[in-house]
Design a protein around this ligand. Structure first.
Ligand code: CP
Length: 325
């Protein structure tokens, strides 16, 4: 495959941003461009030699201040499959532990001529702060409870792939909406592409005035299940709660856990999605997580193509002379 063909098919000239910080600021066309670019990268991971030279000579740094399995690994693999050099900065054993600031760390990485920083941080806005002060492109890999744009993009990609459309699709996001960056990015992305979004969860885990984001609210999981084409489950983010906001996990499962019995009222083509990590037996029973409606591992697979697309676009993909693979 020639990536030049990708550039023609997707008109990458439409990507003008240095960074990818959130879906709130993207237009529907920019979101579609990323999804379309990801589509053309998907096949690379199915080849015997899973590598193209599109980002040869570029250096990517994974700068994760919070734990991650899927996001960090798939950004690393995405960079490697595009032939970029990638460094995983071990934050715990870096000089951050000696009191060096995040911005000084970034200045030092820039002195080493890195091109792209992939940043995850517990505080909302840190990737934005770095992006404003750095020449390198910055990709937000999750900032506090604010945004997780590449997760929402891979979710959109998976929904489009499995349901064949987005316009008018009914998507219910269930769980700890208040503390979820995945929910926020998905609400921006889904509504921009024409889906109808319902959020469902305990009142204590529902953000104030969430309706202003263009979503419907229900506290009744059975109602959400009955109407949905897509059910996106979220875990309770205990690490972002200052006090206990649900009585207990058993009570939570009784009211908001998705069980096989609850799915009896669901549409046959319902998709069960979860960004991971799954707390089995809390928001989702194992027989549902591993059942016929589940596309949870497809989300992970698609995350690789989506992150390849994002790296490619922020690196100026389509304009590079060596885009031919
Ligand atoms: N979905 C997600 O962000 O997973 P990780 O925390 O494992 O990266």
């Amino acid at each position: 495959m020639a990536l030049a063909a990708t550039a023609q098919a997707t008109d990458t000239a439409a990507w003008t941003r240095k960074d990818l910080l959130g879906l709130r600021e993207l237009t529907a066309e920019e979101i579609r461009l990323i999804l379309h670019t990801a589509e053309s990268f998907r096949g690379i991971s199915l080849r015997p030699i899973k590598k193209v030279p599109a980002l040869r000579g570029q250096t990517v740094v994974n700068l994760f201040f919070e734990p991650s399995t899927r996001t960090r690994t798939s950004f690393e693999l995405a960079a490697k499959r595009l032939s970029a050099d990638i460094v995983n900065l071990a934050v715990q054993s870096s000089s951050l532990s000696k009191g060096e600031t995040v911005l000084d760390t970034v200045r030092n990485l820039e002195a080493l001529k890195v091109d792209i920083l992939v940043v995850r941080h517990a505080a909302a806005g840190v990737p934005h702060l770095i992006a404003a002060r750095s020449r390198a492109a910055v990709i937000n890999a999750g900032d506090g409870a604010h945004e997780h744009p590449t997760q929402a993009l891979l979710d959109l990609f998976t929904i489009q792939e499995k349901q064949g459309r987005m316009e008018g699709l009914r998507v219910a996001i269930v769980g700890d909406i208040a503390h979820s960056r995945v929910a926020r990015s998905n609400i921006w992305g889904l509504t921009k592409l024409g889906a109808q979004v319902t959020v469902c969860g305990p009142p204590t885990l529902m953000p104030a005035r969430v309706e202003e984001l263009g979503v419907r609210v229900t506290y009744d999981l059975n109602e959400a299940v009955r109407d949905a084409d897509v059910l996106m489950l979220l875990r309770i983010q205990h690490e972002r709660q200052e006090s206990r906001l649900v009585p207990g996990l058993r009570e939570y499962r009784l009211r908001y856990g998705v069980t096989r019995e609850r799915l009896r009222a669901a549409k046959p083509e319902l998709l069960i999605m979860h960004p991971g990590p799954v707390n089995r037996g809390v928001e989702l029973d194992s027989e549902v997580a591993d059942g016929p409606h589940s596309v949870i591992l497809d989300q992970v697979t698609n995350g690789l193509a989506v992150r390849m697309a994002v790296l490619y676009l922020v690196a100026g993909g389509g304009k590079a002379e060596d885009a031919d693979a």
